[in-house]
Design a protein around this ligand. Structure first.
Ligand code: GLN
Length: 474
């Protein structure tokens, strides 16, 4: 029962090789033994998991047909609500907050019989690229415990990589599913904006946030995407979108390689491994074409204006009254000030200040409005590129997992982690990070540090980019 994918777990149930309860107990034990050194989980939901597993076993014993996700254990990022379970967002301000309802994606997974093992660690309010901004403890990369797993969905990616669950859910605002997936050597899909309901996802930057799967294979990512996507009356930005039985001929595929994504300063070994992955698909018959996304250099600066602007508005709700931590009882203003001062960590405060500044009278036009205009230019870049190509290949990150503590004191160098991922969120496109090899050791030998390839698709073409991903992570 080692390193099971969703399809393998399902097959195991049907062939009666093991029961959902046995598999669930195995993971819960593994979490107990191994998560002390990784810290992927904030909360482990033993009782919930065991009761869900028993229900699935009952269905199986009654000879009922079960959905593919039934009985398969999943880990959920701690900014996604699971009714009755703590949802801390890795923040002191929500340290004791329990979710009053299920996020839509959780409701859907529960209806399919998913077994929820627990809630995973993240950078506070999903702000960060290393999971070191967690108010609890940093998560470690299972490939090298002295290194970060990436972030902000570092707990989810580490849990999948360490085989502490079959798959996980993460959220991605500027790269938070793809970058940790790349650092941990697993598959991570950021769906098209609107493909998955954001109802029950604790809001960070609402025009950028999406929930998506972190899995061991591209096929598993398709299964989870299909399960959680679709229109939801509770999220007016959501639309109907499902993966159909899409097959393509590699010889008809045109892959665009944006020259702006192979920059000075990126790790030459990462560049080499990404280029080998491109050669691989070229040898299989795809046409490779150099393209240009000329406004790429502005993507990160405008992401760091739009994202904090939205965050500063979204986080205004934590006032010491409506939710979570409440400090001081002197007067109303002191409740606001003290609850927020004590409840938020430094990175969250930094972004609230940046965003408040960018939105303030006199600066709004110069920063926020200007950034929104540049966002449109970036969209046009992608529109033009997609007139010529079916998918775009880039590195997911310019470097592999860095050392714990290496960037934490230097916010700007931490922000550079998002250089290849943030534009996709600004434009709302789907993109996946798929493992393509290891820095330090050949891919066949396992070891070294994982490298990820980012495959970007046209809106709602998750099917195409995941089919292409199967070439690398079937
Ligand atoms: N690393 C990015 C940031 O710090 C992305 C965060 C995310 O996608 N949630 O904002």
């Amino acid at each position: 029962m080692n390193n099971l994918t969703i399809t393998q777990a399902h097959k195991g149930f049907l062939e009666k090789k093991f029961s959902a309860l046995e598999l669930t107990k195995l993971f819960l034990n593994k979490i107990k033994k191994q998560d002390r050194k990784i810290s992927a989980f904030i909360t482990v939901t033993d009782d919930l998991a065991l009761s869900q597993a028993k229900e699935v076993d009952k269905l199986i014993s009654e000879g009922k047909k079960i959905p593919i996700l039934a009985g398969v254990p999943v880990a959920v990022k701690d900014n996604i609500l699971v009714e009755g379970i703590k949802a801390t967002c890795s923040s002191k301000i929500l340290g004791k907050y329990a979710a009053p309802y299920n996020a839509t994606c959780i409701k859907k997974l529960k209806e399919l019989g998913a077994v929820i093992l627990g809630k995973t660690n993240l950078d506070e309010f999903a702000m960060g690229s290393s999971t070191e901004h967690s108010a609890f403890s940093p998560t470690k990369n299972p490939h090298d415990l002295t290194r970060v797993p990436g972030g902000s969905s570092g707990g989810s990616a580490a849990a999948v990589a360490a085989d502490l669950c079959c798959y996980a859910l993460g959220s991605d605002t500027g790269g938070s599913i793809r970058q940790p997936a790349s650092f941990c050597g697993v598959v991570g899909l950021k769906p098209t904006y609107g493909a998955v309901s954001r109802y029950g996802l604790i809001a960070f930057a609402s025009s950028l946030d999406q929930i998506g799967p972190i899995t061991k294979t591209a096929e598993d990512a398709q299964i989870v995407f299909n399960a959680i996507s679709g229109k939801d009356p509770k999220d007016s930005t959501s639309v109907e979108s499902k993966i159909s039985n899409f097959k393509f001929q590699i010889s008809n595929l045109k892959i665009g390689i944006p020259k702006e994504y192979f920059i000075k300063g990126m790790d030459p070994e990462v560049e080499k491994i990404v280029k080998q992955a491109i050669e691989k698909i070229e040898k299989m018959g795809a046409k490779i074409e150099e393209i240009s996304l000329p406004h790429t250099e502005y993507a990160l600066p405008i992401y760091y204006i739009i994202m904090p602007s939205e965050a500063s508005a979204n986080l205004a709700r934590y006032d010491g009254i409506k939710y979570g931590l409440s400090k001081s009882n002197k007067d109303l203003l002191s409740v606001y000030l003290k609850s927020r001062a004590d409840g938020f960590g430094d990175e969250v405060k930094r972004r609230i200040m940046l965003g408040t500044y960018a939105l303030s009278a006199g600066y709004y036009d110069a920063y926020y409005l200007k950034a929104q205009k540049v966002r449109t230019l970036i969209r046009h870049d992608f529109d033009k590129a997609f007139n010529k190509v079916d998918a775009i290949f880039t590195p997911t990150s310019p470097f592999t997992a860095f050392k714990l503590g290496e960037k934490i004191k230097d916010p700007l160098s931490m922000y550079l982690s998002d250089i290849f991922t943030a534009s996709v969120n600004l434009v709302g496109l789907p993109a996946v990070s798929v493992p393509i090899g290891f820095k330090g050791k050949p891919a066949s030998q396992q070891g070294g540090l994982p490298v990820g390839l980012q495959i970007i698709g046209k809106p709602f073409e998750e099917n195409k980019i995941l089919e292409i991903s199967k070439i690398y992570a079937p």
